[in-house]
Design a binder for this molecule. Structure first.
Ligand code: NDP
Length: 234
């Protein structure tokens, strides 16, 4: 039987594409969702990653129905873009709690069985903006850069247990998160990308599936930009 994978925020966008790619590779996939109805063909559990208790319940349900989680994709994330001068405490805290504390909650819960089994893959979905910065995203960039630090530290802690922790850092990807940007922002963004276009959620999902698969067994603590060359020129 295939490995059990859990993708947080798997109801749409990069998370959903990742769930599909992992399922295609033969894994038994569970997703978490919050406000979006999950597709009926995927095993789904409702979970707010900001809440450690809800995360524990979600893992318990997955363990009961599918088995211990061997691949964790910490994908759930939000933006609350504002320049620092007008960024409220709430804008800052909510982005940190969802992206960074959320990754901490799910990783801490996942390693319980991974350590016992001496095997596991954790993949965190950060952002190219964590490497190059982004105006109006001090909260988001802080959270996504924090995820890179978190992955490096935990990769060191867990390597001897055969658990790898890696990061993907997507650039501009065509999803709900970027679809509603003003045309001028989208055009300027596309011009700044050496490959001249936004990426697709499938293109990110394929890289995550590689990190979850047999080809990445000796890779840990790395940050893989999936960004059409965006971070190269900075
Ligand atoms: P979407 O906005 O399409 O999806 C976000 C996902 O996160 C949804 O499934 C949503 O669940 C889930 N989510 C949000 N808040 C919570 C929460 N508190 N608890 C649990 N789940 C939550 O975004 P993308 O697919 O574009 O982004 C996926 C990841 O990729 C994010 O971490 C994002 O920061 C990152 N990323 C995206 C880029 C892009 O250009 N699109 C670029 C770089 C990084 P639901 O809908 O069910 O509420």
């Amino acid at each position: 039987m295939g490995k059990v994978a859990l993708v947080t925020g798997g109801s749409r966008g990069i998370g959903l594409a990742t769930a599909r790619a992992l399922a295609k590779s033969g894994m038994r996939v569970a997703i978490t969702h919050l406000g979006t109805e999950p597709p009926p063909d995927l095993y789904a559990v409702r979970c707010d990653v900001r809440d450690a208790g809800a995360v524990d319940e979600a893992f318990t349900a997955v363990e009961r129905d599918l088995g211990a989680v061997e691949v964790l994709v910490a994908n759930a994330g939000i933006t609350r873009d504002r320049l620092l001068a007008t960024m409220t405490e709430n804008d800052f805290e909510d982005v940190l709690r969802t992206n960074l504390s959320g990754a901490y909650h799910v990783a801490r819960r996942a390693i319980r069985s991974m350590i016992r089994r001496r095997a596991g893959r954790i993949i965190a979905v950060s952002s190219a903006s964590a490497i190059i910065g982004a105006r109006g995203q001090a909260n988001y960039v802080a959270a996504k850069a924090g995820m890179i630090g978190f992955a490096r530290a935990t990769a060191l802690e867990l390597a001897s247990r055969n658990i790898t922790v890696n990061v993907v850092a997507p650039g501009w990807i065509e999803t709900a998160m970027t679809r509603d940007l003003p045309d001028a922002t989208r055009e300027a963004a596309a011009e700044s990308i050496p490959m001249g276009r936004f990426g697709t959620d499938e293109e990110v999902a394929e890289v995550i599936a590689f990190l979850a698969g047999p080809g990445a067994s000796y890779l840990t603590g790395v940050v893989l930009p999936v960004d059409g060359g965006l971070t190269l020129e900075r």
